[in-house]
Design a protein around this ligand. Structure first.
Ligand code: FAD
Length: 513
């Protein structure tokens, strides 16, 4: 017999199995010796009351042994199978390739950036010298934007597909099985590259191909049917199925669609700043304590406010994290955040953004690139105001709200450096006003949040794509060209690692031979 119950544990008991069995047998009103095994199905932290608790859903095996469920997929050798070209080795592209192996199709993945280890050197140069390699950076390279990220693996919607399957595949390739259980699973920047490498080796050993340092410069088409791609090496690869999973920063891919006369559309996206606090401030506010218990992770927050009909919300929060320079061109500033698996850095950061709608940029009514141009101009202005070498414009929080240039900036995690400016010179007025309205309100929700110890770093501009590549909702192909599958975040069908991975799987499932 199996029984699933909820158990609440104080942090000091979270790793104490005997204690868990005692509590379990008491709640189930049975002799502890009858429990032959147990399995934690879900684990979350409940910080609503004064006493912070772990809440577990636990399955107890009573008078019967515990038999763990084993996840398995059948992947095939695909050396001589029909080819599917996948442009981009981000989560969407990699999971599409993996799904090809399951379906008996041969993926040829073409990635403009480098393999994870070599890519690391370019990231070091970005942080140390403020120099961006436009082909190898935080957005471009093996694993895409997801590799050197926080690796948060939750998604707001489970409707898109099988989230658990994506998590299981990560576990098969080296992630800890905690991610199957935690309410807010994350992997961390130190572990993600090994997992991505392992997935690559699996794809290669089954007959798939991956070309790094190779950009797709053209998609071949005749009579409304995709025929293959031409790469930056001058090579032509033929196939009738081309998955375009190039991410939201591949502006040249959007430009290619425009040149070809294939439909693309302007799409709402989010814009704002990264906000960083000392992690202790967040811990104290969320856990109601002066010092966090050693069994509790660095605390997390999620904030949202409505200011003059505009939603202002925190996004991609990285406890114990680092603000990352994520531009893909030499003359732009784009920030985002990452954290290691232990989330043990002294600062907490999150994107704090508002949605930019099509009506905010009237030119988008006739120009599908108007929002992209708007985004790029703001990134370039941020670069200019920072003064070069990826130094980012920044302001203390209260100074920002009270419209004062900060006389000094707090110590922060953004490695290329920050420069004190009036962020109103970077952000459009309506964004500036909405943020100024929201921050004191966030402070009312979270003690210590609204403070001059916090820094705002500009600009958080690539949380989502400002362009959509449309596709038919049934066959997931572009309305003008059969065999082109716009996929993942760049095409406008995902927002985050898991949803991009699911979209990659869905695109392969849409292929009919
Ligand atoms: P991408 O990951 O953008 O991959 C696209 C790939 O295509 C890139 O590798 C690029 O080099 C390649 N490419 C582009 N053009 C071409 C071309 N012409 N030819 C060949 N290759 C090309 N999401 C989360 O869910 N959790 C997080 O914790 C998280 N943290 C993040 C932290 C950072 C620093 C960043 C930058 C992003 C973070 N994200 C996070 C967002 C997440 O990484 C993206 O949503 C996700 O990677 C999108 O996947 P994708 O496959 O659609 O596109």
């Amino acid at each position: 017999m199996q029984k699933e119950i909820e158990i609440a544990l104080a942090p000091e008991f979270i790793y104490d199995t005997e204690y868990l069995l005692n509590v379990g047998s008491k709640q189930l009103k049975l002799d502890k010796n009858r429990i032959k095994g147990h399995h934690i199905r879900k684990r979350s932290i409940d910080a609503r009351g004064r006493q912070v608790l772990y809440r577990l859903r636990v399955v107890f095996f009573i008078d019967e042994p515990y038999t763990p469920e084993i996840f398995s997929t059948t992947i095939k050798k695909v050396d001589n199978a029909p080819i599917v070209i996948i442009i981009g080795a981000g989560p969407a592209g990699l999971f599409a390739a993996y799904r090809c192996l399951e379906r008996g199709l041969k993926p040829i993945v073409i990635e403009r950036g480098k393999a994870v280890q070599e890519r690391r050197r370019d990231l070091a140069r970005i942080n140390r010298d403020g120099v961006v390699n436009p082909e190898s950076n935080y957005c471009f390279g093996e694993g895409g934007a997801g590799t050197y990220s926080d690796g948060k693996l939750y998604t707001r919607s489970n409707k898109r597909g099988d989230v658990q399957k994506v998590l299981q595949i990560f576990v098969q390739h080296g992630a800890t099985d905690d991610i199957l259980v935690d309410a807010r699973p994350h992997i961390g920047t130190n572990k993600l590259p090994h997992i991505i490498e392992d997935m690559r080796n699996c794809i290669l050993s089954h007959g798939g191909e991956i070309r790094f340092d190779t950009r797709v410069d053209d998609i071949l088409e005749s009579f409304g049917q995709a025929r293959g791609v031409r790469t930056s090496n001058g090579e032509t690869i033929h196939a009738d199925h081309v998955i375009v999973a190039t991410g939201h920063s591949a502006r040249d891919m959007f430009a290619l669609f425009r040149r070809k006369g294939w439909l693309v559309e302007a799409k709402a996206f989010a814009l704002g700043v990264r906000i960083e606090h000392p992690q202790t401030v967040i811990d104290q506010a969320q856990y109601h304590c002066s010092t966090r218990h050693e069994n509790l992770p660095a605390a997390y927050y999620s904030l949202v406010e409505q200011v003059q009909d505009r939603g202002v919300f925190s996004f991609c929060m990285c406890p114990g994290g680092i603000i990352a320079p994520c531009a893909t061109a030499a003359d732009e500033i784009v920030v985002n955040g990452w954290s290691p698996s232990k989330r043990n850095n002294p600062h907490a950061n999150s994107g704090t953004v508002i949605q930019i709608n099509l009506e905010d940029v009237p030119a988008s009514a006739s120009d599908p690139f108007a929002l992209l141009d708007f985004q790029q101009k703001i990134e370039q202005q941020a670069f200019r105001l920072g003064g070069g070498q990826l130094v980012a414009p920044a302001q203390r929080m209260v100074d920002f709200v009270e419209r004062r240039v900060s006389s000094s900036l707090p110590e922060n995690s953004y490695k290329p450096g920050t420069r004190s400016v009036d962020l109103n010179e970077v952000l459009p007025d309506f964004v500036h006003q909405a943020l100024r309205g929201a921050l004191p309100l966030f402070g009312k929700k979270m003690k210590g949040y609204y403070s001059n110890e916090a820094i705002l770093v500009g600009v958080e501009s690539r949380t989502s794509s400002p362009v959509r590549i449309p596709r038919d909702k049934d066959n997931l192909q572009h309305p003008h060209v059969k065999g082109i599958y716009p996929c993942g975040e760049g095409a406008g069908y995902a927002g985050g690692i898991v949803s991009a991975a699911i979209d990659g799987i869905n695109c392969v499932d849409a292929i009919r031979l």
